[in-house]
Design a protein around this ligand. Structure first.
Ligand code: FAD
Ligand code: NAI
Length: 490
C-alpha cells in the first residue's frame, strides 16, 4: 500500500532536512528520504555537510589549530608546553562523535516535527493521479508523483509535492578514480589514519585550503596544485593576496597555473606519483603519500530515475530550476547543491525554507546578493556582496575603506593580527556593496555585514553604530569609517 504525503523530500542534507522541518511546521504531512548510512549501517541524515563536509572539517580544523597553538604559539603567552604529542586516532574519533551528535539531532528534530523519515534511496517511479491511478494520462496540476524507496526501507510513497535535495559529490580527475586510500576525495581526506609525510592537494579552492591547513598543522608537507593562474579568483584580490601571503608563510606550497598530467596510484602503502607542468612549462613529478583531489563537485542526480517523469537536467547533470526553485515539472522543486548557485549549506537551507513556504502559498525569498562565504582557514576568509574587481568590471563607481587587524586592540591581545576588513560602498549613495575580511574570527564578523547589506545600510550606518571595546568587530566599524577616510585608530 502506497503511503500518501503532501510533501516528500528526497535527500536529508541541510537543504532537505530543513525543507522537511519547515514543511511540517506549516502543517503539511511530510516525509524525508535519505540514504546516507554510518559505518554501522545506521541512518546518518545531514548529508555531505554533516557527514563529510562542514561539520567534520570544522571539527578537524579546530583540533589541528589547537595543536598548532599549543606547539607554536602558547610560548608567546608564557605557557611552556613539554611532551606535546598528537593522538590522531582520538582526534578523528572526536570528529566522528561531533558528526554523530549532529546525525542524532536531525533524527530527533524529525520526530519532534512529525516528519516521517525513510532510510533508503528515493527515486521517481512515475506520476500519480489524484485518484490513485499511476501513469501520465490525464495528469493535472493537482496530481502527484509516485516515489519508490529502496534500501533499508522499502516503500512506495505518493506525494503532492516533491522537493529534490540530493546534493553533490566530489569530482574525480579523469584516470584517477578515488580509492579513499591513496587518492582521496573530501571523505578520505577527513579520515587519513596517520599523518602523511607528503600530501598533495589538487585545486586550491575551499576544500584544498581547509584540508591542506588541517594536515599541514598536524605535520604533513603540503603542496597545493592549482590550474588557474590566480589564487582564489572569486575572492576580492586584495584579500586573496593577503591570505596567500599568510598560507605561504605557514609553510604551505601553492603552485598556480599548473597542468596536472598523469597520476599513478602505487597501491596500498606505496603512495601516488603526480606529474604536472608548472606555469613556466617545467615538467615535474611529485611522489607523495596521499593525494586529495578537490577540483569542485558534481550534482547527485544518478539515483533519481528522473527519466520516469521527464525531470529536466542541464548539461552538468544539475536539476534545472528557475529563481524560485521550480523545476520543469509542476509541484516538483529542487534546492541546494543539486541546482545552480553556490554550493553552500546555508544557501541550501534558505532555499529549503523558501520552497516549503511557497508550497504553502507564502512568499519565501532567498537574497542571493547577501549569501556570505567563509573559508575556515587561519586566517579565516569571509565575504559578502561584490568584490572590487567585479565592481570595476561592471563600471560601478565605489569608495573603499580598509582597516588592518594589526591596529585592533583585541586582535593584539589575542596574538592574531594578520589581515584586514575591507568595505566597498557606492560612491554616490554610500550603500554597502561588499564587505571582505581576512583575519581572526572573520566567520563570525561577517554576519554584521550580511545584516547591514540585507537592510541596504550605508557604510556610515555601520560607522555610527557603537561597537564593544575591545572587540574584533571594532575593525569592521573602523573599515566603515575608512570609506570616508576618517578611521580613528589607524
Ligand atoms: P547534501 O548535503 O549533499 O545532502 C544530500 C543528501 O541526499 C545526502 O545525504 C545524500 O546521501 C542524499 N541522497 C542523494 N541522492 C539520494 C536519493 N536518490 N535518495 C535518497 N537520498 C539521496 N558549506 C558551507 O556552507 N560551509 C562549510 O563550512 C562547508 N564545508 C564543506 C566542507 C567540505 C569538505 C565539503 C565537501 C563541503 C562543504 N560545504 C560547506 C558544502 C556543503 O556541504 C554543501 O553545500 C551542502 O551539504 C549541500 O546541501 P544539500 O542538502 O544540497 O546536499
Ligand atoms: P572549489 O570550486 O572551491 O575549488 C576547486 C579548485 O580546483 C578551483 O580553484 C579550480 O580552479 C581548481 N581546479 C579545477 N580543476 C583543476 C585541475 N584539473 N587541476 C588543478 N586545479 C583544478 O571546489 P572544492 O574545493 O572542491 O569545493 C567544492 C565546493 O564545496 C566549494 O566550491 C564550496 O561550495 C563547498 N565548500 C565550502 C566550504 C565552506 O563554505 N567553508 C568548505 C569546503 C567546500
Amino acid at each position: 500500500m502506497a503511503k500518501n504525503f503532501d510533501v516528500v523530500v528526497i535527500g536529508g542534507g541541510p537543504g532537505g532536512y530543513i525543507a522537511a522541518i519547515r514543511a511540517a511546521q506549516l502543517g503539511f504531512n511530510t516525509a524525508c528520504i535519505d540514504e546516507w548510512k554510518n559505518k554501522d549501517g545506521k541512518p546518518a541524515p545531514g548529508g555531505t555537510c554533516t557527514n563529510v563536509g562542514c561539520i567534520p572539517s570544522k571539527a578537524l580544523l579546530q583540533s589541528s589549530e589547537n595543536f598548532e597553538h599549543a606547539g607554536k604559539h602558547f610560548a608567546d603567552h608564557g605557557i611552556n608546553v613539554s611532551g606535546l604529542a598528537l593522538d590522531l586516532a582520538k582526534m578523528l574519533a572526536r570528529k566522528d562523535t561531533v558528526v554523530k551528535q549532529n546525525n542524532d539531532g536531525i533524527l530527533f528534530l524529525f520526530k519532534k516535527n512529525k516528519v516521517a523519515f525513510f532510510h533508503g534511496r528515493g527515486s521517481f517511479a512515475g506520476p500519480s493521479t489524484g485518484s490513485g491511478r499511476t501513469g501520465g494520462e490525464g495528469r493535472t496540476e493537482g496530481d502527484g508523483y509516485e516515489i519508490q524507496v529502496t534500501g533499508a526501507a522499502e516503500e512506495t510513497l505518493v506525494a503532492k509535492h516533491v522537493i529534490v535535495a540530493t546534493g553533490s559529490s566530489a569530482r574525480a580527475l579523469p584516470g584517477a578514480p578515488f580509492d579513499e586510500d591513496n587518492i582521496l576525495s573530501n571523505d578520505g581526506a577527513l579520515r587519513i589514519p596517520a599523518v602523511p609525510k607528503k600530501l598533495v592537494l589538487i585545486g586550491s579552492g575551499v576544500i584544498g585550503l581547509e584540508m591542506g591547513s588541517v594536515w599541514r598543522r598536524l605535520g604533513a608537507e603540503v603542496t597545493v596544485l592549482e590550474a588557474l593562474p590566480t589564487f582564489l579568483g572569486a575572492v576580492d584580490e586584495q584579500i586573496a593576496k593577503e591570505a596567500h601571503k599568510a598560507f605561504v608563510k605557514q609553510g604551505m606550497k601553492i603552485e598556480l597555473g599548473v597542468k596536472v598530467g598523469e597520476i599513478r596510484n602505487g597501491g596500498a602503502g606505496k603512495g601516488v606519483s603526480v606529474a604536472y607542468t608548472t606555469a613556466k612549462g617545467e615538467a615535474l613529478t611529485l611522489e607523495v603519500d596521499k593525494l586529495v583531489v578537490s577540483i569542485g563537485r558534481v550534482p547527485n542526480t544518478n539515483g533519481l530515475n528522473h527519466e520516469a517523469v521527464g525531470l529536466k537536467l542541464d548539461e552538468r547533470g544539475a536539476v534545472v530550476v528557475d529563481d524560485q526553485c521550480r523545476t520543469s515539472l509542476p509541484n516538483v522543486w529542487a534546492i541546494g547543491d543539486v541546482v545552480r548557485g553556490p554550493m553552500l549549506a546555508h544557501k541550501a537551507e534558505e532555499e529549503g525554507v523558501a520552497v516549503a513556504e511557497r508550497i504553502a502559498g507564502q512568499h519565501g525569498h532567498v537574497n542571493f546578493n547577501t549569501i556570505p562565504w567563509v573559508i575556515y582557514t587561519s586566517p579565516e576568509i569571509a565575504w559578502v556582496g561584490q568584490t572590487e574587481q567585479q565592481l570595476k568590471a561592471a563600471g560601478v563607481k565605489y569608495k573603499a575603506g580598509t582597516f588592518p587587524f594589526m591596529a585592533n586592540g583585541r586582535a593584539r591581545a589575542l596574538g592574531d593580527t594578520t589581515g584586514m576588513v575591507k568595505f566597498l560602498a557606492d560612491a554616490t549613495t554610500d550603500e554597502i556593496l561588499g564587505v571582505h575580511m581576512v583575519g581572526p574570527m572573520a566567520s563570525e564578523l561577517i554576519s554584521e555585514a550580511v545584516v547591514a547589506m540585507e537592510f541596504r545600510a550605508s557604510s556610515e550606518d555601520i560607522a555610527r553604530i557603537c561597537h564593544a571595546h575591545p572587540s574584533l568587530s571594532e575593525a569592521t566599524k573602523e573599515a566603515a569609517l575608512a570609506v570616508d577616510k576618517r578611521s580613528l585608530n589607524f
